[in-house]
Design a protein around this ligand. Structure first.
Ligand code: HEM
Length: 353
């Protein structure tokens, strides 16, 4: 890898790798990591999510006069619109190819499965019906793309940032990986129960990161009472996950990165904690949770198995606690920073060496 030993920003590379995994599930093909169109989309999306979600005075004024004016004058709205159009341009040619070459009895990917459902659907009211079915497939793919790429990427980058702060924890994760997986075999999901300390590190990093600090807004379907408060129908509710993850009633020294919260050293076992809710709770919790957990585990272990991560010398290491300066928008994006990777190959002692 040509970047070994140099300070690099992992943001775009990680994003591309995660997008690639998702794209494979959706349409059964891999992007070239150098694909310029993909790189532009990923960079554009990253920039939108990093914007702090606070409307300016002008935005508020325009919204009060007429919401449609925001569309005319708000640059964030225009960049989001452009992102959607670019994604549609990316998806449509794949739709034509899939329609021409699919075998209805052997779906190869998400798009084939969706097309089969459209074909089966006779109910004109259904969102799978006819042309509307195709539109809803494109919208669903964009949803999955937007909800699944940056979230998983940010979680991984936060986990690596935590390790830059705690090199001893990095070494311990690598020692566990060396013992359980070794240098040559790829980490698999079956290894997960045998890597309790690594799992504890991953969960503690998720708590520290809390990449979805306010989950998604939900609206109340009917007037209700909760915890002594009257909540009127249609009120918008933002769950405050950041507060739950940093509540000192549940977590000692919540600003500190302490994998031991999730690890029992006497029994060498992983210790779950119900107050960790990165995917939110309830009926509308994250649809991609199982995929995200698998990707988070596999990418993290694969990287730590092969590389050492060090902070770029001469630069300031961004903090990791609640008030560490991470910008809070839809996502609590990891503060930008550079890291230096070195290969671990020479550290592994192979029997015939
Ligand atoms: C570490 C990675 C991820 C985290 C922390 C995360 C977190 C969340 C959270 C907090 C919500 C809001 C739930 C609520 O408001 O109650 C959400 C919604 C959602 N997520 Fe994720 N997510 C992740 C990865 C993914 C992936 C990989 C996908 C799909 C490929 C995905 C798809 C979705 C969708 C479609 C929704 C909306 C669900 C609905 O409204 O019913 N997420 N996610």
């Amino acid at each position: 890898m040509k970047d070994l030993g140099k300070p690099i920003n992992l943001n775009l590379k990680m994003n591309l790798a995660i997008v690639n995994a998702l794209w494979y599930i959706l349409v059964g093909e891999n992007f070239e990591l150098e694909d310029e169109k993909l790189q532009a989309i990923v960079a554009q999306f990253d920039q939108i999510l990093r914007q702090e979600s606070r409307p300016s005075f002008l935005d508020k004024l325009l919204m009060m006069i007429h919401p449609k004016l925001t569309k005319l004058f708000n640059s964030e709205w225009h960049s989001a619109r452009k992102l959607f159009d670019d994604l549609i341009d990316l998806i449509k040619p794949r739709l034509d190819q899939h329609k021409a070459h699919r075998d209805p009895h052997q779906p190869r990917d998400f798009m084939d499965a969706f097309l089969a459902e459209i074909e089966r659907t006779e109910d004109r009211q259904s969102s799978f019906y006819g042309k509307r079915g195709e539109e809803s497939m494109i919208a669903t793919m964009i949803d999955l793309f937007l909800a699944g790429a940056e979230t998983t990427t940010s979680s991984l980058l936060w986990a690596i940032l935590c390790l830059l702060h705690y090199p001893d924890v990095q070494e311990r994760v690598q020692a566990e990986l060396d013992q359980v997986v070794g240098p040559d075999r790829k980490v698999s999901l079956e290894d997960r129960p045998n890597l309790p300390f690594t799992n504890a590190v991953l969960m503690e990093a998720m708590r520290i990161a809390t990449i979805t600090p306010m989950a998604l807004p939900h609206s109340v379907a009917q007037d209700m009472e909760f915890g002594g408060y009257r909540i009127p129908k249609n009120a918008i509710i933002f769950p405050n996950i950041l507060q739950v993850h940093y509540d000192p009633n549940y977590w000692d020294n919540p600003d500190e990165f302490m994998p031991s919260r999730f690890y029992d050293k006497d029994s060498n076992t992983f210790k779950p904690n119900d107050h960790l809710i990165p995917f939110s709770v309830g009926r509308r919790l994250c649809l991609g949770q199982t995929l995200a957990e698998k990707e988070y585990f596999l990418f993290f272990c694969g990287l730590l198995q092969k590389f050492n991560f060090k902070f770029a010398p001469g630069k300031t290491l961004p903090g990791i606690g609640k008030d560490a300066g991470a910008k809070i928008g839809i996502l609590r994006g990891v503060p930008l920073h550079e890291v230096v990777l070195s290969s671990r190959d020479r550290h592994h002692i192979r029997p015939n060496n």
